[in-house]
Design a protein around this ligand. Sequence first.
Ligand SMILES: Cc1cc2nc3c(=O)[nH]c(=O)nc-3n(C[C@H](O)[C@H](O)[C@H](O)COP(=O)(O)OP(=O)(O)OC[C@H]3O[C@@H](n4cnc5c(N)ncnc54)[C@H](O)[C@@H]3O)c2cc1C
Length: 371
Amino acid sequence: MRILILGASSSGLYTALKLAQREVKVLLCEKESSFEGRRLILTSYFLEHFPLRPKVLYEVKGYRFVAAKTEGIFYLKKPDVVLDRKDLLFELLKECEKYRISILWGWKFERMDSQRALFLTPQGPKEIEADYIVDAMGVKSPLRKALDPAPNLVFLKQAQIIWPSSFKDGLSTIWLRPDLTPYFLWLFQDSPKTGIFGVIGENKEQAEKALFQLAQEEGFELCGRTEEGWVSLFQSKFLPKHRNVFFIGDSAGHVKSTTVGGVVSGLRGTKALVESIQSGRDYFKNLLPLRRELMIHHLLRELLNTFNEDDYRQLITALKDSSYLGRLCRDTLFPDLFFSLVKSPIPSFKLFVHLLPWLMKKGIWKLLLKR
Ligand SMILES: Cc1cc2nc3c(=O)[nH]c(=O)nc-3n(C[C@H](O)[C@H](O)[C@H](O)COP(=O)(O)OP(=O)(O)OC[C@H]3O[C@@H](n4cnc5c(N)ncnc54)[C@H](O)[C@@H]3O)c2cc1C
């Protein structure tokens, strides 16, 4: 069996590595010839579940949420880690080299012609035949673009700034500003003296305007590079296998819609794919735990997108004195919510009663019934 993997970023490289470790023959094709850097913030789930050790630049001990002059600080049970995408990809590449995985750099996938994948390469057009194709080409995937439903894209932009002395060390800030974006703006530290200030917007224009306005309001001082790009959010209607093509990572929309984090969920999807290629079990079935998790994030995002500043203020006030948020991990939200309910039923019930009138006002039932 010969497997062709398109795209050598976190999802593509990890799939190649895991398949090669199981002695499956793989070939990777990547359109670029170098990796682009990008600061990433990942939960402790990453270090606990993936045997990769890229350099940790900084640790995030907690989050400070700000909305309508109200703020709430939530400390995490286990810190999040700040990494650079380049370090993560080099770490993966090093592992791939141990298994002598072939990677064709500068090979840009163009289209499929029955079983053959057609490429534009530095040596001219080329084609490769494969039994299975793994699409790890992210949001730019031509294969994904040709399928329904159209990807649900959001735009991220972030810039390195001088860490403001009035901000606490190791504490990230999240600004909930529906007047600027239905998503959020953030600041996390990537060194003792610098931080990454960023935003998620529905489009590039909205993201840039929001970033510029808050930077001015807060008096932030730009000191380094800016990074930006589109990310595709989870869509329950998109089926991640079409004929002999498997979709993983951003091209499958394996991204948490609440925080727009796609690295860990992309890697989790990869594990499900490798297991199904090896065992012959249905890929969709193997993906169910991840899809359930992403569905919870999707529902929460639909609800949050209806919020105004006052709703966020009420939410922060309701959660402020409980350690609830700090106990939840963004990558295990479904089991964490369930176990919180079982382990601490009284605080959970109190919180639910507190939030109930407001959830009803927001039409949460309609959202759930719609699903
Ligand atoms: C500014 C920004 C900040 C982010 N911050 C975070 C964060 O803090 N935490 C987090 O979890 N996520 C974050 N994300 C999202 C995260 O980066 C993505 O979810 C993740 O990189 C997806 O990985 P992937 O391997 O699926 O796809 P990608 O990383 O997009 O990789 C796709 C690969 O396919 C290649 N490719 C594309 N087209 C072709 C083609 N035609 N032929 C061959 N190769 C091709 C590309 O060159 C690339 O190497 C951020 C995104 C952005 C833009």
